[in-house]
Design a protein around this ligand. Structure first.
Ligand code: MSP
Length: 469
């Protein structure tokens, strides 16, 4: 059986993991759990993007060798991913020699579509970046960040001839051979594609030292995006190994800001290598804080560890998978987070406590999980509307709470114990059915609930699942 493959964007390791990075992992993990639930074998890649000037400079600033710096940060990202309850099968690091060698081989295989050209433009020595003529004029010729005049610089670069592939990329996206979710981002990208120029895929070594050398030209290093995008296949062994039993990816999860690289450059690379395109690109929205973009200069960066420390993992996953949209931007505030925690405690925590207590009183023994089809849930999951799929489960939980209130099994027990038993067993069966899918979002909590209601004796947890503050 061909394995399914899900990928996540590989973050730059010039700093610590931040809250925004969590989204890629939570979505990919939920999707993986869902596909496994549907009987598939699924691989999930994660990794770190470790080249480029920002990383090189940061390490220099800290006075540590660059490789040591990226080693430390890659370990932090691995810990971070684990702390989210996310299970990846493959971890790729772009400074790994296997990756570097494979990247060079990929470059060689793309050589028919690569040419050298010189580029002349306005350049800021502080930013180490070219700016457009428009930007130059808008800033009156002076970089606003470095207060230094832009200089005219001419640079030799290698270019990838996107024009060789543009028509095929457009057809693939329009026909959903490469399906982009959400649809409004697909439209946005197709507009962008019209004027997409050939992309520069190398930098002179004197400007970017920390990168993979261009094969056959020691004076140039690969542009970080070529190196980074290749990760999705180098980790599978390409081109040393045949990857046809796993590639193409089923779904590539990316943030909205990097969709254009994944919908433009990456398909061009795959076409140049004669590899099939991935089936789906899922572009998620951004996490904002108090309605604002998270940024170090605004000083509103929220440390995910701080949120995790507050109530643990389950409330974290609950908030970001149910109250954050899969595809739109979503806001985090501590107030909203507390409200979400209380909802979790009142709806699910109480249900478990109440129902287990009633079962114990009425000597109800553990039940088996019954699998019941849920077409609405499947349809939401297949459309990547994970938060709406989660809502469906929550409606089920609210419904069970209502049924306990209206069917009053404690009162029925006094008159008709057999009927009370029947009511309680049905409630437990229905909870276990919901819980089976809840495990896709809240694996730890669902495991605990399953243990409670399938044990030979049903006993309420000694402390509630979500203690009141
Ligand atoms: N290194 C590139 C990706 C290469 S993939 C071949 C990169 N790194 S990043 O660290 O800037 O971003 C990593 C991921 O985090 C991206 O998917 C990005 O969209 C996502 N996010 C970064 N900030 C975010 C939020 N505030 N909210 C949600 N996701 C965000 O781009």
């Amino acid at each position: 059986m061909k394995e399914s493959y899900i990928t996540t964007a590989i973050p730059y390791v010039n700093g610590n993991p931040h809250l925004g990075h969590a989204m890629d992992y939570l979505l990919a993990d939920t999707l993986r759990r869902y596909m496994m639930y549907c009987g598939k074998k699924v691989r999930l890649q994660a990794g770190t993007d470790e080249h480029g000037n920002k990383i090189f400079k940061k390490a220099a600033e800290l006075g540590i060798p660059t490789q040591d710096f990226v080693d430390q940060n890659a370990a932090k990202f691995q810990d971070f991913i684990h702390s989210l309850g996310v299970e990846y099968t493959d971890f790729v690091r772009t400074t790994n020699p296997d990756h570097e060698n494979r990247c060079q081989e990929i470059w060689k295989r793309l050589s028919d579509h690569i040419y050298k050209d010189s580029y002349e433009g306005w350049y800021c020595e502080g930013c180490e970046n070219f700016v457009t003529d428009k930007e130059h004029d808008e800033n009156d010729g002076i970089c606003p960040d470095h207060k230094k005049p832009y200089i005219k610089l001419s640079e030799e670069n290698y270019y990838l001839r996107i024009s060789d592939f543009k028509d095929r990329i457009r057809t693939a996206i329009e026909s959903d051979e490469l399906k982009i979710t959400p649809t409004f981002r697909k439209k946005e990208f197709l507009n962008l594609l019209k004027d997409m120029p050939d992309v520069s895929i190398s930098r002179p070594k004197e400007q970017v030292e920390w990168g993979i050398p261009v094969p056959g030209d020691e004076s140039q290093v690969m542009y970080v995006w070529i190196d980074a995008l290749a990760n999705y296949i180098t980790i599978l062994g390409y081109p040393d190994e045949d990857i046809s039993d796993i590639w193409p990816a089923d779904t590539q999860v990316v943030g909205k800001d990097i969709l254009r690289f994944h919908a433009g450059i990456w398909p061009a690379m795959l076409m140049g290598l004669d590899l099939p395109l991935s089936h789906n690109l899922l572009a998620h929205g951004f996490i904002t804080v108090n309605g604002e973009k998270m940024s170090k200069s605004i000083g509103n960066v929220v440390d995910p560890q701080e949120i995790l420390a507050k109530h643990g993992l389950t409330p974290f996953r609950y908030y970001f998978l149910r109250h954050a949209s899969t595809t739109e931007d979503s806001d985090f505030t501590w107030d909203k987070y507390e409200a979400s925690y209380n909802e979790l405690a009142n709806d699910l925590g109480n249900l478990v406590q109440r129902l287990a207590t009633l079962c114990k009183k009425n000597a109800i023994t553990g039940r088996k999980i019954t699998k019941v089809a849920n077409a609405d849930f499947d349809s939401r999951m297949q459309k990547y509307e994970f938060n709406f799929a989660f809502d469906i489960l929550w409606d089920g939980i609210s419904e069970l709470n209502k049924r306990i209130d209206t069917e009053k099994p404690w009162a029925v027990a006094k008159e008709d114990p057999a009927k009370a038993k029947d009511i309680l067993e049905k409630l437990v069966d229905d909870l276990l059915t919901i819980n089976d899918r809840l495990a896709l979002f809240l694996p730890d909590c669902a495991k605990q609930i399953e243990e409670i209601f399938t044990a030979s004796e049903i006993t309420p947890p000694a402390t509630p699942l979500f203690p009141k503050n």
